[in-house]
Design a protein around this ligand. Structure first.
Ligand code: TYM
Length: 328
């Protein structure tokens, strides 16, 4: 089984990324041949600082290994180190419609939040489809916010297969049962986001314990005192999910334990559970980040392994689409 997922290097990584991303990557790396990609080409679709891109790429590499990816089992690499991605994205643009891209909620949300809307932001899901399809992926571990992009990838693959002959395997998204969509602490109707959440709205994986306590204790809740999940209690429901992710316990067990102890006691317990979950990750991260040459070596190995797998797919795409090819 082939597993592929991607994550953007820019912006501080959040507890949401841990829940829908990192945690699932580690859980899936044993289930087959796994590829995890630092998607730096996606990061340039909204405003970013070119002086920071290189450092944040290494930051994310360190975080991927700190959360448990094993470079011997998983292929961890940088998207721009494998030029097949950009090429495949251009080819797949031929079987992706303007209407489909216009309907993507991430595009709508992000284009509203920015004054300059790049054409790259619009084409973003085509590049993501290329990432996934180049590796003949079966399973894509992601959070709920990426569901629409994974569904589009399937549609694009089916359209390509129907028009040019069957070439792509159809991937399916894999979403965690708890914590598939961690919400913003100050606005629990919106997802916790690297780019759009305020400082108090998001827990960063590298936040010091004091900051985590402050943010969790200030999290917006309702005026009740019952700790249970309900659509009328988005703030408390979110904290229950966060607790479930941090401890590995089921939301039901957490509701059972904290049902009527009041919100203050529950919030304090959530904060301590999050701190206990993140501390060892932050410690490993600092250790790995202190050796950038080693990270670069691991990423170079990853890119070489990735290209071996993506190159035949890209060549088959050119062939199927009828391009004149030069002899090798
Ligand atoms: P990105 O970088 O925004 O997020 C990385 C992963 O974190 C998950 N995630 C969340 N999960 C639960 N709750 C949240 N609040 C939350 N916020 C983020 C995301 O679902 C994702 O799994 N487009 C992708 C990157 C990408 C990709 C790919 C993913 C590019 N190519 C190919 C899979 C396959 C993105 O921007 O993720």
């Amino acid at each position: 089984m082939r597993i592929f997922s991607g994550i953007q290097p820019t912006g501080g990584k959040t507890f949401g990324n841990l829940s829908g991303g990192f945690r699932q990557y580690v859980a899936t790396q044993d289930q087959g041949e796994a590829f995890f990609c630092i998607v730096d080409l996606h990061s340039i679709t909204i405003e970013y600082d070119p002086r920071e891109l290189r450092e944040s790429t290494l930051d994310l590499a360190a975080m991927l290994f700190a959360t448990g990816l094993d470079p011997h089992r998983s292929t961890v690499f940088v998207q721009s180190h494998n030029p097949d991605h950009a090429q495949a994205a251009w080819l797949l643009g031929a079987v992706t419609s303007f209407g489909e891209l216009r309907r993507m909620t991430q595009f709508k949300d992000k284009s509203e939040a920015h004054e300059f809307v790049s054409s790259g932001l619009f084409q973003y899901p085509v590049l993501m489809a290329a990432d996934i399809l180049l590796y003949q992926t079966d399973v894509v571990p992601v959070g709920e916010d990426q569901r629409q992009h994974v569904e589009l990838t399937r549609d694009v693959a089916e359209r390509f297969n129907a028009r040019f002959g069957t070439l792509f395997r159809l991937p399916r998204g894999q979403y965690p049962s708890a914590g598939a969509r961690i919400m913003d602490l100050t606005d629990p109707e919106r997802k916790m986001s690297t780019s759009t959440s305020s400082e108090m709205g998001k827990i960063l994986i590298l936040d010091p314990p004091e900051a985590i306590r402050r943010k969790v204790m200030a999290a917006v809740t309702d005026s009740g005192r019952e700790v249970r999940r309900s659509p009328e209690k988005p703030g408390i429901s979110n904290l229950i999910e966060i607790m479930a992710v941090a401890t590995g316990r089921s939301p039901e067990a957490i509701e059972g334990e904290y049902a009527d102890g009041g919100y203050g006691r529950f919030k304090a317990a959530v904060a301590e559970a999050v701190i206990a979950c993140l501390e060892p990750i932050a410690a490993r991260y600092r250790q790995l980040r202190s050796d950038p040459a080693e990270l670069e070596r691991l990423l170079a190995n990853g890119a070489a392994k990735a290209r071996l797998v993506s190159a035949p797919t890209l060549q088959a795409m050119y062939q199927a689409m009828g391009f004149a090819r030069l002899p090798d």
